[in-house]
Design a protein around this ligand. Structure first.
Ligand code: GLU
Length: 503
């Protein structure tokens, strides 16, 4: 079998959308499964859409997610350069080949002339039925052409589509797709104004020259593929044409249409891997990294947006994904973006981290808040609390009371729990606690429960009030665990303060 070589070929027109990340991931999984090469090619021939910083952003995003390249921008390789704007000489040669073969022609129509034609003819398309009414090397005399070329005006090269031919595409996900060439227009493949090819031509030439075996890209590119197939034909490269796989769209959470940046803004979730600052508007869009996601969680989440293993399993390591990935389990229809699921994955990956590791990360937040705590205590807190959060940053909200004594108390909880005899009970309880030396939860629990039984108090009443005193609200883990962590002195202190403040 030929060597598997795939490429991720983003255009640096802004932040990399999460759908683009999935495309990169599926390319990576497929290449690694078959021991092939993964190539990063930057498709920057459209100078009008170029956005500064976008290429760096794309590379940083994929780096963060551990999607690695064997060749390409930033890595190098035998087909360098991998940035299309640096390959103009190569493309020029192939434009000339198509012109020589009469598979393409030069067109001089100005924007105004094209617009006038569009206004004049409904559904105007530049193709076999209209090209002879236009200004190009097929319709004009030799002299007229020479004059135009000498006049230094801008021109484009258009690919000449022969009408009424059946173009067959075999897609690894969608199967056979057939298109009649008459629906295609004579696409612009080169512009003299910047001396650069357009996306279609550069994309096909590079896939050929870089020996790409499989083109795996988003479904939005499927309409371009018949043209690409015809370009391969025109160059005589059909034998080595890559196989195609068009990935299903990522849909809005409600399934109605393509997931867009606006959906993220409206529904409050990131659609980009990293924070992105638009250099033109200075607008900041949030990213998964800064929102506190683990890269492995995002990889796992994205892998399952359009692919499934055929089993109930949902948590996959990258090695498992590589091993299991195949196109026959990629769905043909769009995949609904389920943000709750992204959080669920992060929760699962957080639980899989060691308490030490989480403590280390959480400690960074504590240091910012000038809270100094010893490592072992912190690890105990993490063990008690991690099940309750999806993100490390959420630990602060859940754990603040371990580090800072409450000074205010939840009013609702107080109204419900604090009774006339509560203060008295707490004073008595403090006396009991004072006598205990061993503050391990099993011991304090036994002694306190005995005392409650002796006094004939209600366990619920005492414990609820004690919780308000220690935590400030009706929340938190097992009370005796909290008491062990904050210690005897602090426990007594909080009981006395509560009595004082609530009074
Ligand atoms: N440059 C195109 C993009 O931005 C590449 C599409 C393809 O993979 O062929 O997605």
């Amino acid at each position: 079998m030929e060597r598997v070589r795939v490429r991720f070929a983003p255009s640096p027109t802004g932040a990399l959308h999460i759908g683009g990340v999935r495309t990169a991931l599926y390319n990576y999984l497929f290449a690694k499964k078959l021991g092939g090469d993964m190539i990063l090619r930057i498709e920057d021939t459209d100078s009008l859409r170029f956005v500064a910083g976008a290429e760096e952003y794309i590379i940083e995003s994929l780096n963060w997610l551990n999607i690695k390249f064997d060749e390409g921008v930033g890595v190098g390789g035998k087909h360098a350069p991998y940035r299309q704007s640096e390959r103009r000489e190569i493309y020029k040669k192939y434009v000339d080949i198509l012109l020589e073969k009469n598979a393409a022609y030069i067109a001089f129509d100005t924007q105004e002339e094209l617009e006038a034609k569009r206004a004049q003819i409904a559904n105007f398309q530049y193709d076999a039925s209209t090209r002879m009414m236009m200004k190009n090397t097929l319709s004009l005399s030799k002299e007229e052409v020479e004059n135009l070329i000498n006049s230094d005006c801008n021109f484009v090269v258009r690919f000449k589509i022969e009408p009424n031919e059946t173009v067959k595409i075999f897609d690894l996900i969608h199967g056979e797709v057939m298109v009649n060439s008459s629906v295609l227009d004579d696409k612009v493949i080169y512009k003299s104004s910047d001396g650069l090819p357009t996306y279609h031509l550069a994309n096909v030439i590079d896939d050929h020259l870089m020996e790409i075996s499989h083109v795996i890209r988003g479904e939005e590119w499927l309409p371009s593929t018949p043209l690409h197939v015809l370009l391969y034909r025109a160059f005589g490269w059909t034998e080595t044409m890559p196989k195609f796989a068009h990935l299903p769209l990522l849909l809005k959470p409600n399934g109605n249409g393509k997931l867009s940046k606006r959906d993220g803004d409206q529904l409050g979730f990131p659609v980009f891997p990293l924070n992105w600052r638009d250099p033109k508007t200075s607008e900041i869009s949030s990213g998964y990294r800064e929102a506190g996601y683990f890269p492995e969680a995002i990889v796992n989440f994205l892998a399952l947006l359009g692919w499934n293993s055929g089993t109930e399993q949902e948590i996959f390591s990258i090695d498992e994904l590589i091993q299991l990935f195949s196109f026959d389990r990629v769905s043909k229809s769009g995949a609904k973006f389920d943000y709750e699921k992204a959080k669920w994955f992060n929760h699962k990956y957080l639980q899989m981290k060691s308490d030490e590791k989480i403590a280390e990360e959480f400690n960074k937040i504590l240091v910012e808040k000038n809270i100094i705590t010893d490592k072992n205590t912190l690890i105990c807190i993490i063990r008690l609390m991690k099940e309750r959060v999806n993100f490390i940053a959420e630990l602060w909200e859940q754990c603040e009371f371990f580090f800072v004594a409450p000074t205010t108390y939840d009013q609702k909880a107080l109204a419900k729990r604090w009774k006339e005899n509560s203060a008295q009970q707490m004073i008595e309880l403090a006396e009991v606690l004072k006598e205990i030396d061993n503050f391990l939860p099993a011991n304090t629990e036994k002694i306190v429960m005995n005392w409650i039984a002796e006094k004939n108090y209600s366990i619920g009443e005492v414990m609820n009030v004690l919780r308000i005193a220690l935590v400030g609200a009706s929340k938190g883990p097992h009370l005796f665990d909290i008491m062990e962590i904050i210690g005897k002195e602090e426990t007594l202190q909080r009981i006395y303060s509560a009595i004082e403040i609530i009074k």
